[in-house]
Design a protein around this ligand. Sequence first.
Ligand SMILES: Cc1cc2nc3c(=O)[nH]c(=O)nc-3n(C[C@H](O)[C@H](O)[C@H](O)COP(=O)(O)O)c2cc1C
Length: 328
Amino acid sequence: MANLKTNFMGIQIESPIVVAASSISSYTDRIEMAEKTGAGALVIRSLFEEQIMMEAQRLEEELAVGSESFPEALSYFPEIKHGEADEHLMWVEKARNTVKMPLIASLNAVTPGAWTKYARQLEGTGVDGLELNVYAVAADPKRTSAEIEKELYEIVEAVLSEVKIPVSVKLSSFYTSPLNVVHELAKRGVKAVVLFNRFLQPDIDPLKETLKSEMVLSSSEEMKVPLRHIALLYGRIDCDLAITSGVHSGLDAAKAFLAGATVVQTASALLKNGIPYLSTMLRELEGWMEEKGYENLEAFRGKLSQRKVEDPFAFERAQYLKLLMSQR
Ligand SMILES: Cc1cc2nc3c(=O)[nH]c(=O)nc-3n(C[C@H](O)[C@H](O)[C@H](O)COP(=O)(O)O)c2cc1C
């Protein structure tokens, strides 16, 4: 049987399929099922600072309504304070106590102090690693790409100086040079990058003339952009490479490892097909490895990365003249 063990962010894991941050981690039975069906690790849904801020604001408004009608009510009751991240932290601890497989916490903050505060609190739950979910749309036309990148590096440096557990960064593909951003992050001590964050794109309903947004699960086709970047990065960067977006089968995982990925992260495939589908993906990967005669992942990792393919320009070419001409 093929050996699927690997090392990710310095953590020894039993299989290279990691459950991506998602609603799967909102239920202990799903987390247990992920472990039982062979997940190497699981990323817990993000702690979103914005959500905490919104909840705190709501609580304040609700308390203010009471105090406006009965100002003396305030002195009757002990001061009620919003529990900040307590609920999320308790959930992460509960998940930690539920399974043995490595767990990675995820954090998305907006203010500089919050990144470090919550990173420290998440580390305190006993998780094995921390994924920084940098999920921001560059929405200000006056902000330069250099400013945006500088802010990212400052956040990462601050978090790295605050925690001892390995840290990864889940990046967006919307940088002028995503490869350079990865290089800069690896230089600073990030143990892995997760490529790429999948943005929800708001849509417009022309009949109602309103904005609408919906959660649409991914398809395998979406794997191509991260796949190309992993293939370009493999062997050139001193950190692990995780692929997220569009990994829907064992063969998709095989493609990711051929490009040079250390692990694949998957969410949509499991939400669509159920958690036990993870073992189907693993069986398909194992079957493919046995057919090809690969005993372990190292035997073929990066085999089709840019460094190793016969035509290294294939990953650089943005338009294939031959293909474009054939369509005319
Ligand atoms: C329901 C749902 C919830 C998600 N929640 C988070 C989250 O809390 N933090 C995060 O970084 N990504 C989150 N994601 C994104 C996934 O981690 C993943 O990167 C994305 O879905 C692409 O992978 P996939 O094609 O395997 O679904 C979520 C995705 C889904 C579908």
